[in-house]
Design a protein. Structure first.
Length: 386
C-alpha cells in the first residue's frame, strides 16, 4: 500500500532538511516520489518524520540473568520475546541490537520475523554471550577459560547465526557475586573471538565496566565497547582502533535512584560518581570523534523497561552535552552504520526499508518531544498509531 506523508519536516538520520517535503513509501521501501496516486495520504504539516529508532543495546526475553530451566520456560521466553518485538513500536523503535539472551531465544525470534512468520522489529542478535566460568552473565553464557574454549564458543554462536559475538571483558552489576570492575576474559581470548567473527564478516562487542578490561578489549580489536566510564587514555585507544562506544547510561541512572528494597544490593555496587564519569565519557567521544551507538541495556532489569528507556537515554545524552540531532543520529543512521545495516534501515532515503516514525512535535529541537510519537511504520506497514 502506497503511503505519502505530505509537507512534513524531515530528519533523515543525518540532518534536518531545510524545507518540508513529501515522503512516499510502500512495503518495498521508501520511493522516489513520482507524484502518482497513493492509497494513504497523511498531512504532515507541523509534524516531524524520523527514521525508526534503534535501541543499540537490549536484552529481550530475559527477566534477570537466568535463562529458563524448563522446556515450558523456553516457550514462555519465546512468547515474551515476540510480544516485546511488537510492543517496541509504541516507542518508535523499529530495530534493536540484542546483546545477550539465554538459549539463543533472540536468534529464533529474529529468524521468525525475518521469514515473516510473525511481525516484529528488526533484531540484530548475538544469542548467548561468552564469559569466563562464573563471570558476568554466566547463567546465560558459554563459559570459556582458554583460547581454545573461546574459539569453540565463538564458532558455535556463529553457527547458530549470531549477527555478532558478545564478550564479557569484566564483571558486572547484574550478576550477583560478580565484581563489576574486575577484568575477566583475557586479551588473547578476545582477540581469538574477534578473528573468528571477522572470518565470516561479523563483529564483536564487549561488556566493559572497569578500564583494564576495556583496554584489553580495545587492544584485541573489539568493535563495540559497552558501558565503560572512559578516561582520556582509553578513549584515545578507541579513537585509534576505530572502536565504537555504547553508553547505556539510563540503567545506571535508574539503579542509583531506586528506593525499591529488592534492588538495594545492586544500588550498593553503584557509585554516584558513575554518572559524572559517563558524562565525561560521552564528551570524550564527541571531542575525539568516537562514534556512539545509543543503547539502554533494557530488559533484564525491571528498573529499565524496554521501549521508554530509549527516550530517557537520549534525554540524558542531551543533558550531558549532545544536541538532539546528535542524539537522534546515534539512534538512527549512526547506529545503523555501526551495525552494518545502513543499506537497509536507519535513514529516510529512497531504496531503504520504510522504517519510519512520525511525531506531532519536533524531537530535533527538543528531545523530550519523542513522546509526541503518533505513528510507527515497519517495512512500510503502519504498526502503531496513537
Ligand atoms: Zn547488557
Amino acid at each position: 500500500m502506497r503511503t505519502r506523508i505530505r509537507n512534513v519536516r524531515v530528519f533523515d538520520g543525518d540532518r534536518l532538511w531545510e524545507k518540508t517535503a513529501d515522503v512516499l513509501f510502500d512495503e518495498s521501501g521508501i520511493l522516489a516520489d513520482d507524484n502518482g496516486p497513493a492509497e494513504v495520504e497523511v498531512d504532515g504539516t507541523g509534524k516531524t518524520l524520523l527514521p525508526g529508532l534503534i535501541d543499540g543495546h537490549v536484552h529481550m526475553g530475559m527477566s534477570g540473568m537466568e535463562p529458563p530451566a524448563t522446556e515450558a520456560g523456553v516457550i514462555a521466553m519465546g512468547a515474551l520475546l515476540a510480544a516485546q518485538a511488537q510492543a517496541l513500536w509504541q516507542y518508535g523503535i523499529t530495530t534493536v541490537r540484542n546483546c545477550g539472551t539465554g538459549k539463543n531465544g533472540d536468534l529464533a525470534v529474529r529468524n521468525a520475523i525475518r521469514e515473516q512468520k510473525i511481525p516484529g522489529v528488526r533484531i540484530v542478535g548475538c544469542g548467548r554471550v561468552l564469559s569466563i566460568t562464573g563471570g558476568h552473565g554466566w547463567p546465560m553464557a558459554i563459559e570459556c577459560d582458554s583460547v581454545d574454549e573461546i574459539r569453540k564458543a565463538a564458532r558455535l554462536q556463529l553457527r547458530e547465526g549470531a549477527d555478532f559475538v558478545k564478550l564479557m571483558a569484566t564483571g558486572g552489576m547484574g550478576t550477583k557475586g560478580s565484581v563489576p570492575n574486575a577484568p575477566q576474559l583475557t586479551e588473547e581470548q578476545m582477540r581469538t573471538a574477534v578473528e573468528e567473527a571477522a572470518l565470516v564478516g561479523k563483529f564483536t562487542a564487549a561488556h566493559c565496566t572497569g578500564l583494564e578490561g576495556a583496554q584489553r578489549a580495545i587492544r584485541a580489536g573489539v568493535h563495540i565497547i559497552e558501558h565503560a566510564q572512559l578516561d582520556e587514555e582509553t578513549a584515545a585507544m578507541m579513537a585509534q582502533s576505530g572502536a565504537v562506544y555504547c553508553p547505556t547510561i539510563v540503567t545506571r541512572y535508574n539503579i542509583l535512584h531506586t528506593e525499591d528494597p529488592k534492588f538495594q544490593w545492586m544500588r550498593a555496587k553503584a557509585n554516584p560518581g558513575d554518572l559524572v564519569r559517563k558524562k565525561k565519557a560521552l564528551n570524550l567521544c564527541k571531542s575525539m570523534g568516537i562514534p556512539v551507538i545509543a543503547g539502554t541495556d533494557a530488559g533484564p532489569n525491571p528498573l529499565t523497561p524496554l521501549g521508554s528507556s530509549l527516550w530517557r537515554e537520549l534525554g540524558i545524552y542531551c543533558e550531558f552535552g549532545m544536541t538532539p540531532v546528535e542524539a537522534l543520529h546515534a539512534a538512527t543512521a549512526g547506529a545503523a552504520s555501526v551495525l552494518g545495516i545502513d543499506g537497509e534501515t536507519g535513514s529516510v532515503r529512497p531504496g531503504l526499508c520504510a522504517d519510519l516514525t512520525l511525531y506531532d512535535g519536533d524531537p530535533t529541537g527538543d528531545i523530550g518531544q519523542l513522546n509526541t510519537l503518533c505513528c510507527t511504520w515497519q517495512g512500510g506497514i503502519l504498526r502503531y498509531h496513537k
